[in-house]
Design a protein around this ligand. Structure first.
Ligand SMILES: Nc1ncnc2c1ncn2[C@@H]1O[C@H](COP(=O)(O)OP(=O)(O)OP(=O)(O)O)[C@@H](O)[C@H]1O
Length: 249
């Protein structure tokens, strides 16, 4: 995957004083003025890197540094303002907020998620039990037949990860999902990420937990204010980042 001088700008409509109120809308209609001015957030400012098959790359940085935005752009969910992203294969984003139907049971979500990833009914039937066992959702009772809204955030994240990890991905983008699981689930998911890498995929992991980055990734990119501050071996970069964060306190 090649990310070449990518800039991402969020355009925010309807911001500013008086925008959005009924009177300001009415005055715009009367004066036949165009839509309200928009403000912009320049979230990613010219980042470039190359990622290879079989690599697991961690993305770290303080809040608002552009990590999730970068992942969303690589997944093709956000347009770039300039620059380009080239990937060999289909990237799939596994976010903590990935779309799951909260009113449906865990079981239905597993089936829907697998179908959405392109599996056939026969493949879903074959993999279903493995996914439920991996997630550990049923360890304390029959939760898989309850609606997703009854799950804790950690349980939801575990099920999402288990569904996504059931398939081999060309490029798997993981946003914070691992840090929500407990220790035993984290061990299982680290092992699964290693397998996914061996199956010739590239894995990106956004996390605030230095531990999950250290345990899963051998290369790390540190973003700050939308630019790459450092890119290199995980141990070096995480150490530099931790001392930077300590100095900021
Ligand atoms: N939907 C949005 N609309 C407008 N601005 C946004 C939107 N999402 C993010 N931003 C802005 O883009 C910048 C980067 O945000 P992003 O979520 O990528 O950061 P992050 O590094 O993932 O942060 P965190 O560690 O808090 O998850 C921030 O300044 C944020 O305010």
């Amino acid at each position: 995957m090649v990310v070449d001088d990518v800039h991402i700008v969020y355009k925010i409509y309807g911001s500013g004083a008086g925008r959005g109120s009924a009177t300001s809308a009415l005055s715009r209609i009367v004066r036949r003025k165009a839509s309200p001015a928009l403000s912009e957030v320049h979230a990613v400012r010219g980042i470039s890197f190359t990622a290879y098959k079989g690599e697991a790359i961690g993305l770290i940085g303080s809040n608002g540094s552009g990590k999730s935005t970068t992942l969303a752009a690589v997944a093709g969910l956000l347009p770039t303002a300039s620059g380009a992203i080239y990937t060999d294969g289909q990237p799939s984003l596994l976010g903590v907020n990935a779309a799951m139907m909260n009113d449906l049971t865990g079981e239905r979500n597993v089936v829907l998620g697998c179908l959405a990833m392109g599996m056939s009914y026969a493949e879903v039937r074959e993999r279903y039990q493995g996914i439920v066992d991996f997630s550990g959702i049923n360890e304390r009772g029959d939760f898989i037949s309850l609606p997703m809204r009854t799950y804790s955030s950690g349980m939801g994240a575990r099920l999402r990860f288990s569904i996504a990890a059931a398939k081999t991905h060309d490029v798997l983008l993981i946003d914070e999902a691992l840090s929500t699981g407990d220790a035993s689930f984290q061990r299982r998911s680290e092992a699964r990420i290693k397998e996914l890498r061996e199956e010739a995929g590239t894995v990106f992991l956004v996390s605030h937990s230095s531990k999950s980055i250290r345990d899963t990734c051998d290369r790390t990119i540190w973003l700050e204010h939308g630019v790459i501050r450092a890119d290199g071996p995980t141990d070096e970069i995480v150490e530099a980042y931790e001392s930077y964060m300590k100095d900021r306190k």
